[in-house]
Design a protein around this ligand. Structure first.
Ligand code: NAD
Length: 261
């Protein structure tokens, strides 16, 4: 059982990209800590499954799902305004939605660059822009964005994505400075390679030896040294909680020590 300062009872949290992978685990973790979760995703069906799973895990009426594309500012405005109208507040915004096209830069296309920047960077800008006025009116709030170690150290085959994630980190620091006086904290969690599907686990499992040379933490010979979505969710829950009341403008890497920026 989490201690009182880790608990999120009475808080409403909206998670973007919560239908799969890291976002899904974040939604489950925040609900487990006591928050009411608005599970949003581009894919309304998977968001619905997560809301159902929360109902089974912590009781019905603890979550609902909404289809929301973070690149669509009007839709984001509608969903967040509706959340505040229904729930009375939006206490916690988790910007998780992201996409990437792993290719060397000269093989990637302008369409792919724009998509990565639209979802990974402007998605965060949109949700933050809409959530902030509500948080200012409420007298506080928590914003946690899922960046990436790629945004801290740069990653091969993720050039534009690395730039977009570095943008998320810089943007979060600026917003943390501008709105700290309203008791709003703005932080990032930067995962390293994180197994968001069995296929990903299998493909990286084949490169376990190579990965062990750059990931200091060790999970045993049978496991590649990769993160699990639940590893990321723990850091997010901390930043969303009262335990992190004096933490803002920071980026926590959850990557087995891959980057120590
Ligand atoms: N998995 C990793 O190795 C890793 C590493 C570093 C950072 N990250 C970051 O973590 C976050 C989650 O990654 P993941 O591995 O869980 O990915 P994932 O592909 O498993 O899940 C991403 C979710 O975002 C949703 N999504 C995509 N575009 C969207 C849009 N326009 N609007 C709303 N939702 C949208 C998808 O439908 C999906 O449910 C992303 O921001 C990603 O960049 C992941």
């Amino acid at each position: 059982m989490a201690n009182a300062d880790e608990r999120l009872e009475g808080k409403t949290a909206l998670v973007t990209g919560s239908g799969h992978g890291i976002g899904r685990q974040i939604a489950l973790k925040l609900a487990d800590r006591g928050a009411y979760v608005v599970a949003t995703d581009l894919n309304g069906e998977t968001a619905g499954e997560v809301a159902e799973e929360i109902g089974e895990a912590v009781g019905s009426g603890r979550a609902h799902a909404v289809e929301m594309d973070v690149t669509d500012l009007e839709r984001v405005q509608h969903v967040i305004d509706e959340t505040v109208a229904d729930r009375g507040a939006l206490d916690i915004l988790i910007n998780d939605a992201g996409i990437w096209f792993p290719k060397f830069f000269l093989e990637s296309t302008p369409e792919e660059w724009r998509k990565e920047v639209d979802v990974c960077f402007f998605g965060v800008v949109h949700c933050t822009r809409v959530a902030l006025p509500h948080m200012v009116d409420q007298g506080g709030g928590r914003i946690v964005s899922i960046a990436s170690d790629a945004g801290r150290v740069g990653e091969k085959r993720q050039a534009v994505y690395s730039g977009a994630k570095a943008g998320v980190i810089g943007f979060s620091k600026a917003i943390a400075r501008e709105y700290g006086r309203y008791n709003i904290t703005v932080n990032c969690v930067a995962p390293g390679l994180t197994m968001n599907s069995p296929e990903m686990a299998e493909s990286f499992g084949q490169r376990a030896g190579e990965l062990r040379s750059v990931y200091p933490l060790y999970r045993g010979e049978s496991e590649p040294p990769l993160g699990q979505p639940s590893d990321v969710a723990g850091a997010v829950a901390f930043l969303a909680s009262d335990d992190a009341a004096w933490v803002t403008g920071q980026t926590i890497s959850v990557s087995g020590g891959y980057s120590m920026a």
